[in-house]
Every structure is written in C-alpha cells, then in structure tokens.
Design a binder for this molecule. Structure first.
Ligand SMILES: NC(=O)c1ccc[n+]([C@@H]2O[C@H](COP(=O)([O-])OP(=O)(O)OC[C@H]3O[C@@H](n4cnc5c(N)ncnc54)[C@H](O)[C@@H]3O)[C@@H](O)[C@H]2O)c1
Length: 355
C-alpha cells in the first residue's frame, strides 16, 4: 500500500512565506516564472475560464496544463463582499501530475493571486511602458493595490504614486502598509482628489477598481501621449474600467484573446478590433511599445497560465522554507481496484441499511 501525499500551503503559511522571502523578491521570482512560461506558450493546453455568474459576482474555474503538470484555480469576484467582512477576491488551487492525475500540491491562492497579478502587470509593463516612466496613478486601493505598487516601485523604477479610491480609508490603508517600503526606494505617494487628478502627469495608469458595472474610470480626455495603462479591474462580462475610446486610441495587449474578448475592457469593442497576445511580444513575434508617444494598454483579466507559474513558484519557495504540510486527499489502497476495501481499514463501522 503506497500512501499518496499531497503538499499543502495554507493561507497563514503562505503569508509567512511571503513575509520571510520579501514581497518584492516574490514578485521578481513570479514575474520571471510567468515570462518563462509565456515564452513556451505553445506547450500549454489552454482554454478560457468557466464562470458562474450571479447578481452578486462570479465564481470561476481556471485550468491549464503542459505535458507534465496540470493546474487549476478556483477564484471568485464579489465586489460587495466587504459588507460581509470578506475580501472581493478569494482563491485556492492545485497542481497535479498529468501522467497519473495525482494532486501533488494544493494551495491557498488569495495572496498568491495578488502577487501573480502584480507580477503579470510588471511583466507587461517591462515591454510596454516607456523606460523613463517614473510616476504611476493607482486607482482602486483595495487588496491588490499594495502588490501592484511594490512591483512598479521595486522592480520598474516608479518613484511617484498618485492614489485615488472612492473610499479614502482604502488609500490611507495603502499608505500605512507600504509607506516604509516606499522610503527605502526613495519613492513617495500622494492621495489625489479624483481619478482625473491621479492620472494627470502619470506615465503609467493602473486601474484596480471593483464594481460590477460598466464603469468609466479612465476616459479618452485623460490620456497623454506615451502613457501605459495597466487595466486590471475590468475582468468580467459587464465589468469594465476604460472608455471604449481609450482602446481606440491605443495599442492593446491581452493575455489570451478568446477570454479577454468576453471578459476584458475589450468586450466593448467590435470582434475585429486588433489586439496582440502578449506571448507574441515575449517570443519576439510582435513588437511591444514602438514609439515614445504611443499609448499602450495591457487589458489584464488574469489567465490560468499565470496561476500555473505562481503555483510552481510558491511550491518551490514553500519547500525550501519548510512551510509545506502534507495532507491526505487520496485514499491509500492495498489493491488499486479495491476502493471498497479501504473501508475495512477505517475504525468506524460501516452501517448497511435494508432498502
Ligand atoms: N486582472 C486580474 O488578473 C485580476 C486579479 C485580481 C483581481 N482583479 C480585479 O481587480 C479589482 C480589484 O481587486 P481587489 O481585490 O483589490 O478588490 P477590493 O474590493 O479589495 O478593492 C477595490 C477598490 O476599488 C475601489 N473602487 C470601486 N469603485 C471605484 C471607483 N469608481 N473609483 C475609484 N475606486 C473605486 C473600492 O473602494 C475598493 O477600495 C477587482 O475588480 C478584481 O476583480 C483582477
């Protein structure tokens, strides 16, 4: 009888792991891992995620696999969850062996999603933002925001953050959380009075709002030549952040086109509106930014391949740090055809009832 062990990274151990490793170091490792996996895009069996929509939000399943590893993530998006004392986005997921189907690693993915989303934004901005970009507007200062801020300050050279949230307490929380880290990089942050105010003079605009609506956080009148927009919060049918005219005026880059056409800000555009899948830029098949005055948009919705890379990164870090537990998900069988026989090993009696 061979016991099947599955490694497990709990939410509290993941928090400890990231605190010990350092958020910026985790972001760096994850951005490199995601980029390496985008560079072998053709190795993956890809599909758009499956969403279960309700008036409250969405619950999604995100699978992807290469020849050896299968990954999936369960993730929700419920913009009104704060009312219930819950985060908008919560997630968990697994890595399994393609050869046998054995689940090898199960993990929290709420914290990991914030890291991988910021790491993906960073990967895109490395090729799409102007290399002299120093200021970033950060609109929506909730759970994802500190990770985005640290990715762009710690790894892209941003030195000025211009914050806006309709909830001023969220912006104050962001400042409290990353104020000391900003100091270490010689960076600063200021809270602005409106999205327009935050965007004015910014080289990069990151939108991270949560509202189940066709919102217009950035309109075409707010654009300036050379701007890069990192649009993260428009990630579901009926949930957008950019005016259609913003996309018309920009070169638009996406993760996986069939998914972004339905879920991204791109959902507002005609089916033949031209976009570039970002893996093509990584593989040198398409240019990233072509000119200093070009406006670029990364229409981020979150793709399963990023979670595959993130799961593998956290598993490796967790292993090195001794923070993985072992859980029993799969029964250990003497005879692989005798599942029923495993009941005999149980201390509890088997109650049979007459029909
Ligand atoms: N693209 C991706 O891969 C990806 C990954 C994770 C989360 N997301 C999305 O990013 C968004 C942010 O996620 P979160 O976990 O930080 O959510 P959150 O609820 O913690 O924070 C969202 C913030 O947006 C603010 N907000 C709402 N409407 C606004 C407006 N009109 N102007 C300014 N601020 C506004 C809210 O007050 C809140 O503080 C969500 O929409 C989520 O679905 C996308």
């Amino acid at each position: 009888m061979s016991a099947v062990h599955t490694e497990f990274l709990s939410a509290s151990n993941a928090a400890q792991l990231v605190a010990r490793t350092g958020v910026v170091e985790c972001l760096r490792l994850m951005a490199d891992a995601i980029e390496a996996d985008f560079a072998r895009w053709q190795d993956f069996d890809k599909s758009a995620r499956v969403g279960a929509h309700s008036e409250h939000g969405v619950i999604e399943l995100m699978p992807v696999a290469d020849a050896t590893d299968y990954a999936f993530k369960y993730v929700n998006g419920h913009p009104s969850n704060a009312r219930h004392g819950l985060p908008t986005v919560m997630a968990f997921g697994a890595l399994a062996d393609v050869a046998t189907g054995v689940p090898r690693f199960v993990s929290e993915l709420t914290l990991t999603t914030a890291l991988r989303t910021a790491a993906t934004s960073l990967m895109a901005a490395r090729r799409l933002a102007r290399s002299d970009s120093r200021s970033m507007a950060l609109i929506g200062n909730g759970s994802q925001s500190e990770f985005q801020a640290l990715a762009f300050v710690g790894l892209l050279g941003v030195r000025e953050l211009r914050l806006f949230d309709v909830d001023t307490a969220a912006s104050a929380k962001l400042l409290r959380n990353i104020g000391p880290a900003l100091g270490e990089y010689g960076a600063s942050a200021q809270i602005c009075d409106s999205a327009e105010d935050a965007v004015r003079g910014a080289d990069i605009v990151t939108t991270l709002t949560a509202s189940k609506a066709r919102a217009t956080i950035v309109g075409a009148q707010m654009l300036a030549p050379g701007m890069h927009l990192n649009a993260v919060g428009g990630d579901c049918p009926g949930k957008t952040e950019l005016a259609a005219a913003v996309l018309t005026n920009a070169s638009v880059f996406v993760e996986y086109e069939p998914q972004t056409r339905v879920e991204g800000d791109l959902q507002q555009m005609p089916a033949d509106f031209a976009v570039t899948e970002f893996w093509r830029v990584i593989q040198g098949l398409a240019p990233g930014r072509r000119a200093d005055d070009e406006i670029t948009v990364f229409d981020s919705v979150g793709f399963a391949l990023e979670d595959y890379s993130a799961l593998r990164t956290m598993r490796e870090l967790g292993k090195q740090a001794g923070l993985l537990e072992s859980i029993e998900l799969i029964p250990a069988l003497k005879d692989p055809k005798d599942l029923f026989g495993s009941l005999r090993l149980s201390a509890r009696p088997v109650h049979l009832r007459r029909a």
